[in-house]
Write a protein that binds this ligand. Structure first.
Ligand code: CP
Ligand code: NVA
Length: 306
């Protein structure tokens, strides 16, 4: 049986309209309350999620697998040695075959163009579980965390690399109207068309190469590793640039009331100190928890259960 309707993919933040974005966050908050209250919320019975992962993962993998169980469905994890993506058979064949079995695919790939190709040939929704370019599922959890902790009137400073997490966060901030400043060292900015796209869906973030100016007065400071998965060969050069620019999130950089976010995994002593990550300021584990709730909200919206 072929599936003919055009599927709704979530490859980037701007794939969701403002209303859909709100539906995902509201759905996530409802699932969170139901989970806390011990209420069943199996809105995706007998549905299956295929999970194609080329890179390691703790939060993305476990939150989607657990989320599918809680929604009454099932998830199948396919690591690098399982499908042999693009090697054992062409990517488009993997996409078409999986689409005959599963109801949705989450893919964590290096190359964003490969994700686009997977989605182009899939007849079920494809979710971006992180590529070198974007991590939109993380941004959903980040924005739920900010909504719960400070509300969307808060001001947020991204301090660090203009990487996949930063790009999706900048777009998500624009989507919900958050006051956002992005501080990156010269040469490590958001790149591509992110500022332009942010401007199309809301207000593009301000940008600077001065971490102190960005952190001053911010309600929330957000950071991520300086060296992302796949960039290991560039470690020393990046580390030197970020250290020289004063991009470590530490006590000296922060105003007294500023909260701190990190998508995890963190490199303590690199982009953030152990002291800050372990402090009361840190929302990192709220963000990690919210990956579960927002992943479920996203699945429910894309699969028509919300
Ligand atoms: N934040 C995040 O995506 O974590 P994992 O790499 O562990 O999935
Ligand atoms: N920027 C990091 C995020 C990990 C969740 C990476 O791509 O490795």
């Amino acid at each position: 049986m072929g599936r003919s309707a055009v599927p709704r993919h979530f490859l980037a933040i701007d794939d969701l309209s403002a209303a859909e974005f709100e539906a995902v966050l509201d759905g996530a908050a409802a699932f969170e309350r139901q989970l806390e209250g011990g209420e069943r919320h199996a809105v995706l019975p007998e549905r299956t999620l295929g999970m194609v992962f080329e890179k390691p993962s703790t939060r993305t993998r476990v939150s989607f697998e657990t989320g599918m169980t809680q929604l009454g469905g099932h998830a199948i994890f396919l690591g690098p040695d399982d499908v042999g993506l693009g090697e054992r058979e062409p990517l488009r064949d993997t996409a078409r075959t999986l689409s005959r079995y599963v109801d949705c695919i989450v893919a964590r790939l290096f190359d964003h163009a490969a994700l686009d190709e997977l989605a182009a040939h899939a007849s079920v929704p494809v979710i971006n579980g992180l590529t070198d370019d974007a991590h939109p599922c993380q941004a959903l959890a980040d924005l739920l965390t900010i909504r719960e902790h400070a509300g969307f009137d808060a001001s947020v400073a991204w301090i660090g690399d203009g990487n996949n997490v930063a790009r999706s966060f900048a777009l998500g901030a624009a989507r919900v109207g958050l006051d956002c400043t992005v501080a990156t060292p010269p040469g490590y900015g958001l790149g591509g068309d992110v500022l332009e796209r942010a401007g199309e869906i809301g207000t593009a973030p301000a940008t600077t190469d001065d971490p102190r100016a960005a952190a001053a007065g911010a309600d929330v400071v957000y950071t991520d590793v300086w060296v992302s998965m796949g960039e290991e060969d560039d470690r020393e050069r990046k580390r030197a640039a970020f250290e020289a620019g004063g991009f470590q999130v530490n006590e000296a950089l922060l105003d007294p009331g500023t909260a701190v976010m990190h998508c995890l995994p963190a490199r303590r002593g690199g982009e953030i100190t152990d002291e800050i990550l372990e402090s009361e300021r840190s929302l990192a584990f709220e963000q990690a928890e919210n990956r579960l709730h927002t992943g479920k909200g996203l699945l429910a919206v894309l699969l028509g259960a919300l």
